[in-house]
Design a protein around this ligand. Structure first.
Ligand code: HEC
Length: 220
């Protein structure tokens, strides 16, 4: 009988601790030792604000700026297109939102034989400005930043990534490499990839194929 009571009491404690005494809802602000930025002044959508002269909480974009992903009325298509997003290969590097594809989205980029050299040159400029610090001017992964201690910088000449995979690394970063999606727009990302392919080709092509171009000065 004693055991029965002991087990009964234990069971009761168990049931109460699982099912009961969940604590009360309370609405006071919790005590925060380090408030970080949990609580901030803000204006909800559609809310009025007497901070601004016109009394409106919702603001227009500052003149001559391009909000990411938005398309303010009256702004030239060309300017906003470059940072908007959809799920196409052109915008993600992926087919069916699932597999990294390869090849340049020629139509979306508006590439023709005439503007291709300019496109590659743009890739060169963007690559040298943004990537060569780590990956090196020749893409061999031995840029000056790498030599100062960023570990594991990949050699892009021997990279086996498909174009879409490169696109994704540029946009989202990987490992010790930061994301560049917010500062390099869609067209420039593809230009960099096209330039990287040219770099790879120039490093691996047989001499007789590139010698002519080099001597003609176009490889400089
Ligand atoms: C801060 C140095 C740094 C900069 C700047 C940088 N990268 Fe990287 N990159 C890395 C590192 C480190 C890795 C290896 C990431 C990992 O650990 O997977 C990498 C990996 C890559 C890869 C993957 C290669 C493969 O075969 O998997 C690609 C492609 C690449 N970078 C392209 C670029 C491009 C294009 C730019 C310029 C827009 C750039 N990187 C700028 C450091 C950098």
């Amino acid at each position: 009988m004693r055991y029965f009571f002991i087990i009964y009491v234990l069971l009761a404690v168990l049931v109460v601790s699982i099912g009961g005494l969940r604590g009360k809802k309370f609405k006071d602000a919790p005590i925060r030792v380090f408030p970080d930025m949990d609580e901030q002044d803000r204006i909800d959508p559609q809310e009025a604000s007497d901070f601004f002269n016109d009394g409106l909480g919702a603001r227009q974009p500052v003149a001559a700026t391009v909000p990411q992903g938005l398309k303010p009325a009256g702004l030239a298509d060309e300017m906003t297109k470059s940072f908007t997003n959809d799920n196409s290969y052109h915008q993600t590097g992926m087919f069916n939102e699932d597999v990294f594809g390869t090849g340049l989205p020629v139509n979306e980029l508006g590439l023709t034989e005439e503007n291709l050299p300019a496109f590659l040159k743009r890739g060169l400029v963007m690559y040298n400005a943004n990537c060569s610090g780590c990956h090196g001017i020749s893409g061999n992964g031995k840029g000056v930043i790498a030599s100062y201690g960023v570990p594991g910088v990949f050699n892009l000449v021997t990279s086996k990534l498909p174009d879409g995979g490169m696109y994704d690394v540029i946009v989202n970063g990987r490992g010790n490499m930061g994301a560049f999606g917010y500062q390099i727009d869609v067209k420039d990302r593809w230009a960099i990839i096209a330039y990287l392919r040219a770099l790879q080709y120039s490093r691996t092509a047989p001499l007789d194929q590139v010698k002519g171009a080099y001597e003609a000065g176009s490889a400089k």
